[in-house]
Write a protein that binds this ligand. Structure first.
Ligand code: ADP
Length: 630
């Protein structure tokens, strides 16, 4: 019998308990870790749910389940993440969360997919680089308007909360001392009793590979606190809707006509308002939904697969007087401070639902057994590049060999830093290219080839540790991530090199390690017969799945996202909703189902992000709404 043990060289606090029965150990609650500056409500919600806070003195440095910070994580933090751990940001999302990057990316998408589809963000120029282009556009527009210049807004690229923003008409008033974007000012916003407002839409990207987007039904409507007028461009209380600005406005506490006191409404209140005007909000929500998807698709293929990450974005949407929604910006760490009762209602609910979306069970058995036995630690960050065969892969190989009845000789490959499948097969007298075991091993190992395992030393491994630990909820978790596509029979592949370069790229996607147990009814999963994939849950609390939304989008997001195919589907969906409206919105349920390939109330409902219990589109359409939505 071979005796091996993993030694964690990052911490000497870990106690080795190889062979101990994890079930005997007392259950440890889930642990959250907060970086400084995280809003108090995050701590509050997690404590309410029975989690405990990470404490350097008490805990091993790896003994946490969720790490939350309002700033970015480092590459090393992504690389060293362990199977039971989650981070609250995906890597490399700056492509949409920095104003200049967003402008650049949307422009690129406009160039590729047409400005008709990507027409939801105001024209923008990044200065100083685009100064000449800006002047050309400024002059062109002025000529078109008979010599009157249009309205523009200037925003520093890396500031938030309205800092450094100003609106101008005369370009000689444009002054800046850092990189800024100059954007077309939407000068005809929809007003409520004369007050400008915008919508804060919360969006959770559960995963980029496969792209899985949830939009939060509740949200915030943020008002300016002084009446809108183009005669006072320098009045930020009339033109900017940031709470950080308006809470200092003189009218903040006063009862404002229809708006009330303060500067926020819940989204539900806004919907009630729209209903009171007999406005059918469904098309509006669908357009916002498409804006979110199209925006995320701009970066989808450049984000490394990081199944242990989840991210909450804040999309700022302004609606103009024609009811057209415009994307103003995407917030990296949307504000979670509780400034007023509306904040408490919306943000606490949001965080509770977000934690539900993470799908933890009360106790993380995986973490418990790992700490009890210190057997397997498998970081799960995946770079989008070929991966070399690493130690846990070798362990899995050994395990597979063992299961297949082969006597496994691991000593040589594991001790060598250059262990490879090739060597292992050789060491176990498997004939490369011919031997079936080797082929099977390749496909098994490919499935977890995402493992990057640089920092742990193997000195000994017990036979116990060779038994692959399976968390009780593995299968449900895998299904739930949408990565559990049924394996089609693998064509035989040659093992041609000492690394995994020949593994098909889709195999580099890591299965989300099972830290969680689904508590949701199987009914919330939709299995598509053709692609044999499992849909992510369509709803978690007030989070509604908005992508993927049909069979084609499931297919398009399986491997590295097929952006083109996904965009085509969004376009079709938009067209169908618009034509649906155009033909009097009287199509029957069957038509909608065949169009969207969704059957049943729940599946249709997710296309209709909006009311608490979304009606079927067909029902909604015959609801006698005065179709005053323009
Ligand atoms: P910040 O990150 O500083 O909040 P935003 O881009 O969100 O920057 O702009 C702040 C506010 O300015 C928005 O909430 C909105 O009220 C207003 N605003 C920004 N861009 C525009 C625009 N193009 N047209 C009209 N109003 C805008």
């Amino acid at each position: 019998m071979y005796i091996f043990l993993f030694l964690d060289n990052q911490s000497n606090k870990s106690k080795m308990m190889a062979g101990a029965d994890a079930a005997d150990a007392p259950k440890k609650p889930l642990v959250f870790r907060l970086y400084s500056g995280v809003p108090e409500v995050v701590r509050q919600v997690l404590l309410e749910r029975g989690w405990i806070e990470y404490n350097e003195q008490e805990h091993d440095e790896k003994d946490w389940n969720l790490y939350w910070r309002t700033t970015s994580f480092t590459e090393a933090e992504y690389e060293n993440i362990l199977p039971w751990q989650r981070l609250n940001h995906h890597p490399k999302t700056m492509g949409i969360t920095r104003k200049d990057c967003l402008a650049r990316n949307l422009k690129r998408m406009k160039g590729i997919y047409g400005s008709a589809l990507y027409d939801f963000s105001p024209v923008a120029f990044i200065l100083p680089n685009d100064y000449t282009k800006f002047l050309a556009e400024y002059s062109r527009e002025m000529l078109e308007n008979g010599g009157t210049p249009g309205y523009w807004i200037c925003k520093p690229v890396d500031l938030s909360r309205g800092r450094g923003i100003f609106i101008f008409q005369d370009f000689t008033n444009l002054a800046y001392d850092s990189s800024v974007i100059v954007q077309k000012y939407i000068s005809n916003p929809l007003l409520i009793s004369g007050y400008k407002f915008d919508l804060r839409i919360y969006v959770c990207v559960k995963s980029f590979h496969p792209l899985t987007i949830y939009m939060y039904q509740e949200g915030l409507v943020r008002f300016a606190t002084e009446k809108y007028s183009l005669n006072s461009l320098d009045n930020q209380y009339a033109h900017l809707t940031n709470t950080s600005i308006n809470k200092f406005g003189l009218s903040y506490n006063s009862e404002k006509e229809r708006v009330g006191s303060g500067c926020k409404w819940t989204m539900s209140k806004f919907r009630t308002y729209l209903h009171s005007l007999n406005i059918n909000e469904m098309l509006l929500w669908q357009r916002i939904n498409s804006i979110v998807t199209l925006t995320l698709l701009t970066i989808a293929s450049s984000i490394p697969a990081s199944p242990n990450c989840i991210e909450l974005f804040g999309f700022d949407i302004l609606i103009d007087s024609n009811f057209k929604p415009w994307l103003l910006e995407v917030n990296f760490s949307p504000a979670l401070s509780l400034d007023c009762p509306v904040d408490v209602t919306v943000k606490k609910g949001l965080l509770h639902d977000l934690i539900d979306l993470l799908n933890y069970s009360d106790v993380d058995h995986l973490r418990e057994s790992a700490f009890a036995q210190q057997a397997q630690k498998r970081p799960s960050y995946v770079r989008l590049q070929p991966l070399s065969l690493t130690k846990p892969v070798v362990l899995l190989l050994a395990n597979t060999l063992k299961r297949s009845g082969k006597d496994c000789n691991l000593a040589q490959p594991i001790c060598s830093p250059h262990s490879t499948l090739h060597n292992l097969c050789k060491a176990n007298h498997l004939e490369i290219n011919k031997e079936e075991h080797c082929e099977k091993l390749l496909s098994d190992t490919a499935r977890i080839s995402c493992v990057q395992y640089g920092k742990q030393k193997v000195t000994k491994v017990s036979k116990v540790s060779l038994t692959r630990k399976t968390h009780p909820s593995t299968s449900s978790s895998q299904k739930e991530t949408g990565l559990a596509c049924k394996k089609s029979p693998q064509p035989k592949k040659k093992i041609a090199s000492q690394n995994m370069e020949n593994v098909p790229s889709n195999k580099n996607l890591c299965m989300l390690p099972a830290i969680n147990k689904t508590t949701h009814k199987p009914a919330s999963f939709k299995r598509f017969s053709k692609v044999e994939c499992i849909m992510p849950r369509s709803r978690v609390g007030d989070f509604i799945l908005t992508f993927p939304f049909n069979e084609a989008t499931v297919k398009a997001s399986q491997k590295l996202t097929n952006v083109k195919a996904a965009i085509l589907e969004v376009q079709k969906l938009l067209n169908s909703i618009v034509s649906h409206k155009a033909c009097g919105m009287k199509r029957r349920k069957e038509d909608i189902s065949s169009n969207c390939r969704f059957v049943g109330k729940e599946q249709n409902g997710q296309l209709l992000w909006g009311p608490k219990d979304p009606p079927l589109l067909s029902v909604m359409c015959t609801n006698n709404h005065n179709d005053s939505f323009r």
